[in-house]
Design a protein around this ligand. Sequence first.
Ligand code: PBG
Length: 327
Amino acid sequence: MTSSFNRHRRLRQTPGMRALVRETHLREEDFIYPVFVVEGEDTKNPIPSMPGIYQWSLDRVEEEIQEAVDLGIQSVILFGVPAEKDDIGSSAYDSAGIVQRALRQLKARFPALTLIADTCLCQFTDHGHCGVVKDGEILNDESLELLTKAAVSQAEAGADIIAPSNMMDGFTAAIREGLDHAGYTNVPVMSYSVKYASAFYGPFRDAAHSSPKSGDRKTYQMDPANRREALREAQSDKEEGADFLIVKPALSYLDVIREVREAQQLPIVAYNVSGEYSMVKAAAENGWVNEREIVLEKLTSMKRAGADLILTYHAKDACSWLNDTTN
Ligand code: PBG
């Protein structure tokens, strides 16, 4: 045979040959591992819809973080589950709040770990919305003040990065200004810029007790049908001073990750959300898919789509599989 067609299989013959031409690589430092911290003592509370994920009380959370660090994880994002909720989410900006206490404790215990604080109100408000609610309406500008207070108190408590997830307009600008004003000019903002109103957040809301009591999040989170809107959101957050851009969810939105990658120069974080995690876990527990192969494939696809970093509940497993050189 002569060369009337291309022999692509030449480069696939052996593991060594395939490694030579591999275009996308997962690394331990790509992963951000989410950790849920809860009030109380001696608590390692399983989340039924997220096998392998727990709510941790502060006297036990170091077990979880130590395990993650030993596996090679270099950054975690903290989500707080407070004891008390009220209509303005005041425990979100209490210096003795669950997230603030967790930050202080973990900063002292793991100085080299990058601590990211999720900044939102929904876990802390009794109505479960990410902003202030009046007569059934989620108020934008009134919410910015509270979110800024929450971000500043998290920076004060030792957060290395602030990650606001509330989707009010102007939240990145308000938080950047608030941080600068309080002297935290060097604390980066990892903005949930492109966040869809997604059914894939269901299991997270079990874990964080953050479902809205009435209505939904469709007036602030994005319509899954839209792609140009994602580019406008990303551009706004860049202009407002974001240092990282999050696209969320990830798996059904790989096209959006690619488009944001092409339009923006900032580091992009893919948030591989709870529902995406739980679907794979459920299928794997039934023996219907090979968990290791499917997880590494889906995480690789997020990087191939253009993400620099991946926020994922699979992070510990992924690190241990990457370290396992037996195959
Ligand atoms: C809070 C927040 C949510 C998630 C992260 N931060 C839930 C929501 O917007 O309802 C979802 C994460 C996941 O599903 O893993 N605003």
